[in-house]
Write a protein that binds this ligand. Structure first.
Ligand SMILES: [Zn+2]
Length: 234
């Protein structure tokens, strides 16, 4: 329980003993935004507050007792939390991260495959659509893969370059700590199925999927196991 008893100092004013002598915390809002409230379990507005504690006599502030906080106050349930609560993404942000992750993995696998077959493109587009990009098409992905190849100056068919690995880490690193193991495996498996759409894994596809696994903090033994499992039709 945090000191200060909430934003309105109710505990200080109503308590019998503390009517004479107490500590009152005056909270000042220093920032606001949206966060995932663990108390009421959803995306809520918050205010980030710093407090100034004062010794009070009969409710009259006397001595400054120093700064307290900062704390995060939920606009809905009014509970106070430590600022580490802001490390957790909102539900909206989390969905967007997940969608971007699948999109990036799909592109990376397609780019590693070189000249993209229609089957690979359609499999990838269906995967990306089910991740939340409703208007993703095979042609759209094909254009993005071409742009990626032109951008990095690589000839289509060469193994994925360092820029792809960076893109994968940017999309997956922030997401991994918030996913359950099955969620992380599911992203890798979706990439594996795109790679398998036009035949067995190529060495470049294996490289990309290994990078995906590493960024998702899946150990290499598990990556090997999952890539083998993806080959077996379920
Ligand atoms: Zn709340």
């Amino acid at each position: 329980m945090l000191p200060g008893r909430g934003h309105n100092g109710r505990g200080v004013r109503k308590g019998r003993v503390s009517q004479v002598l107490g500590i009152r915390t005056a909270w000042t809002a220093v920032a606001d935004g949206e966060f995932f409230c663990p108390g009421c379990g959803g995306d809520r507005n918050y205010q980030r507050l710093t407090g100034r504690r004062r010794l009070t006599l009969v409710g009259v502030p006397l001595l400054a007792r120093g700064e307290t906080g900062p704390v995060v106050e939920c606009a809905a349930c009014r509970h106070h939390y430590g600022t580490d609560v802001l490390d957790h993404p909102t539900t909206t942000r989390f969905s967007a991260m997940l969608r971007d992750a699948v999109h990036t993995v799909a592109l990376a696998v397609l780019a590693a495959g070189g000249t993209c077959s229609r089957t690979s493109l359609e499999t990838a587009a269906a995967t990306v659509r089910s991740a939340g990009f409703d208007d993703c098409t095979g042609d759209g992905l094909s254009a993005l893969v071409d742009a990626l190849a032109a951008d990095t100056g690589r000839v289509c068919g060469e193994p994925g370059g360092a820029s792809l690995a960076i893109e994968l880490h940017e999309a997956l690193d922030p997401l991994a700590p918030h996913l359950a193991p099955t969620g992380r495996e599911s992203i890798l498996l979706q990439g594996a199925r795109i790679a398998l759409a036009d035949g067995p894994y190529t060495p470049a596809e294996r490289d990309v999927l290994a990078t995906v696994g590493a960024a998702l903090t899946i150990c290499s033994d598990d990556v090997t196991r999952l890539l083998a499992a993806a080959r077996t039709p379920s």
